[in-house]
Ligand binder design. Structure first.
Ligand code: ADP
Ligand code: MG
Length: 806
């Protein structure tokens, strides 16, 4: 002990405050995956490293060189506004992501300054004195300096499911579970340098880009390319027409700024971040920003049974005893739960058995000292304990999945008589099991052996675990929404079948066991995967194959899990969902953590995801229409040998105005009325249909703007004509924002406020003398206003017609 303390420069009193601070600075926080974090200043400066901003800065310099101070300043203000908007959005979403990360915290008990206290486990540092006891999860790699009957489960590291006895100078690894006893240890390694950290590094390889990320990136690139080509084209054309170089150059750059949807990623991020915050409030903590929209396109949910679909509040309602006393004894001793005034503490199955024994027998008096335990594990599906019977003899008590236990038993204990477990008795027991499983009961079998002799079967208990009150409704909701629900459970296939039927998961499909699944070839499995609705007696590693196969069928799969063994499947799933009560490793691997373990929360999250998906579609449609409209207007005017209807400053204004309030508020729209009554959208967010609509909107705007501009040129000066065209184009955008609004139960008040505030801004630009100088606008008379509003209205009519036709 002395050596260990010396090695890590600490003492039994623990570290002092100063030392803790020093070490935390030196070693960093005890976190598995450090989130990428940028200092606000770095984040702000990074906004300037952007091709468009660089172009704008060049334009500003050009304007300055030809002594056009006003334009130069306006461009600089545009740059500043763009960077500030970008910065605020990114900073806000970074903060939101961080905040959500902190919702999943773990704690550790430490001794510091000679005081025992509970701290957030990320604050642990090298040399900390940590106390662990039964049921704890170790929060760093520890070297043990004191141990009492300590056993730990390290199956996630070693693959061995046995409890490992730990003594002084042994190591306890981060994220292992303490199965029994207690200990004091010195922190040896933290964060990524722990054993699990090194594994986590391998596990946390960058996951694929999510569908939306790809789509938005792609659309952005295509439009940018078109915009740049158009800019070059207009630049050359205007130059040939004899317009001065600097002016054409500035027009080309402003057009690029207005036509390239550079605001999209920022609005996208913010929309997703806000969506995450909202979901966290209803117990769904999204750990990865972009899995929010993947949720919206989810086609299949694979869900755990116990605790997720059911209450995990067990009660023994049925039994079959060959030897009642022995069964009760096993149930009582091979058990890790406790009863406190009738309240269960610990494993619900164990607790229910304990309660049943408490109410129905007085076997509780008898006790043998426990000398060993093989804990329950999701592969073996049973637990066993070994006890000292008397001086020489030991007894091993086993309880767990009945068919597995019966398979290992050679004898039965028939009221004290040991008889061979004959095929006839086997058949009788199977019938008893069927009787119970058909009633949706979880069946537990009991057996024992003395010393190294054969296992003797003693009886069965059947436990009911009722579905949660909201489960049936949530499953119904999924069906209406075109989402398939599959149950994956470690439980008996008949139990799973009965419950699945009760709650509506099993309708016309099949039940398959993990064992059967292993017998199928990949082709055979792929052929029937659509029909399988329930997977029973599944081992965690089999979940991986289920996810892969469903994904191969083109599905977006959400998969739940809680154990360390579930981590690979959670990684593989489109949306890995970890239970709030699950292991930290599962949570680290998941995209989303369901704090209340409730299936209904997953469905709620999907609904929210769909809403976000819709809203993203809305502002993309809106913004891209503006971009397309601007491109067609400029190129159209140029081709028709007209002067350009907007000057560079006006183009920049259109850009900022439209990336601003309308786009932002479109992302805040409520859910469509039919949001959970339509099939998941697995396709392109910008499919041919939407693209056609966008093009038509852009075309309508361009024709109207050019038409009115040409008309005004005939009866007024160019300044007025440009002011009218500019205002009309803005009014088109505002009407188009209205086109994109949701058909929701919630009012679109933010959108309306955004539209109105943009309109007021436009009025100021037209009528405020100072702004008139900056934007080179002239006042618009009432007759022109009528013209503008009527022409602007065509975008609403055309949208209605287009929606009918396409
Ligand atoms: P699920 O996948 O529905 O959560 P579990 O993993 O909890 O199922 O349980 C799987 C199987 O393990 C059960 O059907 C049962 O046979 C066995 N089992 C569960 N809990 C216990 C327990 N406390 N003691 C012994 N065996 C258990
Ligand atoms: Mg489970």
């Amino acid at each position: 002990m002395e050596n260990t303390l010396k090695e890590y420069k600490t003492s039994l009193e623990g570290l002092n405050t100063l030392e803790i601070q020093k070490r935390q600075e030196k070693y960093g926080l005890n976190k598995l995956v450090e989130p990428k974090k940028q200092h606000p200043i770095v984040l702000f400066l990074s906004q300037f490293f952007d091709a468009l901003i660089a172009l704008l800065l060049i334009a500003a310099i050009a304007a300055f060189l030809i002594n056009d101070i006003i334009d130069a300043s306006v461009i600089l203000i545009a740059v500043l506004l763009n960077t500030i908007i970008g910065f605020v959005q990114e900073y806000k979403s970074q903060k939101a992501v961080e905040m959500l990360k902190n919702l999943v915290t773990k704690t550790a008990i430490v001794k510091r300054n000679n005081e025992i206290k509970e701290i957030n486990s990320c604050e642990l540092t090298i040399g900390d004195i940590v106390l662990v006891s039964e049921g704890d999860k170790v929060s760093a790699d520890l070297k043990i300096i004191e141990a009492n009957d300590l056993t730990a489960d390290e199956s996630y590291l070693t693959g061995e499911s046995d409890a490992i006895l730990k003594e002084i100078n042994d190591e306890l690894y981060m994220d292992s579970n303490i199965l029994s006893g207690n200990a004091i240890g010195v922190v040896k390694a933290i964060g990524m340098s722990t054993s699990i950290g090194q594994i986590a590094e391998i596990v946390s390889e960058k996951s694929d880009e999510t569908p939306l990320q790809k789509k938005v990136g792609h659309v952005g690139k295509v439009i940018s390319l078109i915009a740049i080509l158009v800019c070059i084209f207009v630049f050359i054309l205007e130059l040939f027409r004899g317009v001065p170089l600097v002016e054409t150059f500035m027009t080309a750059i402003s057009l690029a700024v207005a036509a390239i949807p550079e605001g999209l990623p920022a609005v996208l991020t913010l929309t997703l971040a806000l969506g995450m915050q909202k979901m966290a409030k209803s117990n769904a903590i999204v750990r990865k920003l972009l899995s929010v929209e993947t949720l919206g396109s989810c086609t299949i949910i694979c869900s755990d049974k116990t605790g997720t679909l059911t209450e995990n509040k067990m009660t023994v309602t049925d039994y079959y005893f060959l030897n009642k006393d022995k069964t009760m004894l096993i149930g009582n001793l091979c058990n890790n739960a406790n009863l406190n005034n009738g309240k269960i503490i610990g494993n619900p199955t164990d607790g229910a058995i304990l309660k049943f024994i408490d109410d129905n027998s007085d076997i509780g008096e008898i006790s043998y000292k426990r000398i060993d335990e093989t804990p329950l594990n999701s592969n073996r599906k049973m637990m066993s304990t070994t006890h000292r019977l008397d001086g020489e003899n030991i007894i091993t008590l086993v309880k767990g999945a009945p068919e597995i236990i019966i398979g290992e038993c050679k004898y039965i204990d028939n009221e004290g008589n040991i008889e061979i477990l004959s095929p006839k008795i086997n058949k009788m027991l199977c019938e008893k099991i069927s009787e119970m499983t058909n009633k949706a009961l979880r069946v537990i079998g009991f057996a024992y052996k003395i010393n190294n002799e054969d296992l003797i079967f003693t009886g069965l208990m059947g436990l009911i675990d009722p579905p949660k009150s909201n489960t049936i409704k949530a499953i119904e909701e999924c069906k209406n929404a075109g989402i398939q629900v599959k149950m994956i459970t470690g439980d008996h296939s008949k139990t799973a079948e009965a419950i699945a039927r009760d709650i509506g998961i099993l309708t016309d499909g099949k039940v398959i066991t993990g064992e059967k699944l292993d017998e199928l070839s990949d082709e055979e499995y792929l052929a029937i995967v659509d029909d399988i609705q329930v997977y029973a007696r599944v081992k965690p590693m089999q979940k991986m194959r289920i996810v892969e196969t469903l994904k191969n069928k083109g599905n977006i799969v959400s998969m739940t899990g809680d154990g360390v063994n579930d981590a690979p499947a959670l990684k593989k799933a489109s949306i890995g969902v970890a239970m709030g009560s699950g292991t930290d490793v599962a949570k680290e691997s998941a995209d989303m953590v369901i704090k209340d373990d409730d299936f209904g929360t997953i469905v709620k999250a999907i609904k929210e995801g769909r809403k976000i998906y819709d809203n993203i579609k809305r502002f993309i449609k809106f913004q891209v229409s503006t971009n397309v409209g601007a491109i067609i207007t400029i190129i159209g005017a140029s081709l028709l040998s007209l002067p350009l209807p907007f000057n560079p400053v006006q183009l920049l204004c259109i850009n900022i105005l439209m990336d601003g309030p309308p786009a932002q508020t479109l992302s805040m729209e409520g859910a469509e009325k039919d949001i959970m009554h339509r099939n998941p959208e697995n396709g392109d967010i910008l499919n041919k249909n939407t693209l056609t609509k966008i093009f038509i909107s852009g075309l309508v705007m361009a024709i109207g703007t050019i038409g009115i501009f040409a008309y005004k040129l005939t009866n007024s000066n160019i300044k007025t004509a440009m002011s009218v065209a500019f205002t009309l184009f803005v009014v088109y955008q505002l009407f188009n924002a209205y086109n994109c609004k949701a058909n929701s139960h919630k009012s679109s008040k933010y959108l309306y406020a955004g539209i109105i505030s943009s309109f007021i801004l436009q009025l100021l630009i037209i009528y405020l003398p100072q702004l008139q100088t900056v934007f080179r606008t002239a006042p618009i008379n009432i007759f022109d206003w009528v013209l503008i509003i009527l022409t602007g209205f065509t975008i609403i009519i055309s949208e209605k017609i287009v929606n009918k036709v396409i």
